[in-house]
Write a protein that binds this ligand. Structure first.
Ligand code: ZN
Length: 222
């Protein structure tokens, strides 16, 4: 029976795991907790003019580099097509893979996208996870993180988990810098440049709210 503490992050695209709970992962890793990540898609649609297999390779490599900076143990890729998660999760047998990963690592906490993220794929990950939560008879605590929404304006009555990330925020920033394919100012994808700034502002605002320099806030779902 596995006794070492572990947490699992489930994200839609490579880089969401860092934009969302990146500094928290880094803090858990420093505390000796094993952190595993599941990424639904390689995010190949970010570069429609590249060959999909090329961009998949690049994004996988970026994600693994970022993961080593924040001290995560391993990133699992499900290889599902963006915009088609809900169909492919079952058709391609990804549910078996996720179930197997959860059984193997027995995480005490699972972090997933929030249910009201503005990005369709992010919401799909949340929906699929909830659909499968009972079936997998999980006993992990489940928390949501926000990536695309600029501010958490929705009032939530759920318990929140606040992690002081003042000492690991720099690792999150360094990890985000690994995603060069996403932050090239000349690339047609400029969203991440804005996300980069938003992430910084959110971290500082949450820090001020909870009396530290930086913090990440999660809402309990299960
Ligand atoms: Zn994403």
């Amino acid at each position: 029976m596995k006794t070492k503490k572990s947490v699992l992050v489930i994200a839609a695209h490579p880089d969401d795991e860092i934009f969302g709970p990146g500094a928290t992962i880094a803090r858990y890793a420093e505390e000796g907790i094993d952190v595993y990540t599941v990424v639904f898609s390689y995010g190949e649609m970010s570069h429609p003019h590249f060959k999909p297999e090329e961009i998949m390779k690049i994004r996988k490599r970026e994600s693994e580099r970022a993961n080593s900076i924040i001290g995560g143990k391993k990133v699992y890729f499900l290889g599902l097509k963006e915009t088609r998660f809900e169909k492919e999760f079952y058709e391609k047998g990804a549910y078996k893979k996720v179930e197997e990963i959860i059984k193997r690592h027995n995480p005490e906490k699972i972090f997933i996208h929030s249910q009201d993220d503005v990005h369709h794929d992010h919401r799909a990950v949340n929906k699929i996870f909830i659909e499968n939560y009972e079936r997998m008879s999980l006993n992990a605590q489940v928390y949501t993180f926000n990536v695309s929404n600029i501010l958490d304006i929705k009032k939530r009555n759920r318990p929140r988990l606040v992690i002081n990330t003042s000492k690991t925020f720099h690792k999150k920033i360094n990890a985000l810098k690994c995603f060069r394919s996403q932050i090239n100012p000349l690339s047609y994808v400029f969203t991440n440049n804005i996300l980069f700034i938003v992430t910084y502002i959110k971290s500082v605002i949450n820090g001020m709210k909870y009396g530290c320099k930086h913090s990440e806030v999660f809402f309990r779902l299960k």
